[in-house]
Design a protein around this ligand. Structure first.
Ligand code: FES
Length: 125
């Protein structure tokens, strides 16, 4: 287990349908749209969103392409496998790969294609 955690700065998906919700996730878009969904134990954010009928951007679903990037605003997520597409400074700033991220607490996560764009413009340290 990789165990990379991302904390907010200011979540085998196929079996998740049968599991009780472990945490509550509020997805927040930059146009002020919000959606709160339940996320099961060991269910990824992307899988939980799809189960709830919420469309989020994604590509590889393996933690490599960063298309699914979100930013944890409040709460804690863990990447059970290496989030290869993110650098340490991105993780330190709350960015997470939602195709592999699992919730450790209730969370508020900023989502949408604009969030991935932050990775390009984010200043180097
Ligand atoms: S979909 Fe490619 S990193 Fe998540």
């Amino acid at each position: 287990m990789f165990g990379s955690e991302t904390m907010g700065t200011d979540g085998d998906s196929s079996a998740a349908h049968d599991r009780p919700a472990a945490h509550e996730l509020t997805l927040m878009w930059r146009d002020d749209q919000e959606e709160t969904i339940p996320v099961g134990v060991r269910e990824t954010v992307l899988d939980a969103a799809e189960r709830a009928g919420v469309s989020l951007p994604f590509g590889c679903r393996t933690g490599a392409c960063t298309t699914c990037t979100g930013r944890v605003l409040d709460g804690c997520v863990e990447h059970p496998r290496p989030p290869r597409g993110l650098k340490a400074r991105h993780l330190d700033s709350g960015y997470a790969l939602l195709c592999i991220a699992e919730l450790q607490t209730d969370c508020h996560i900023e989502v949408g294609v604009d969030v991935q764009a932050d990775l390009i413009s984010y200043p180097r340290k």
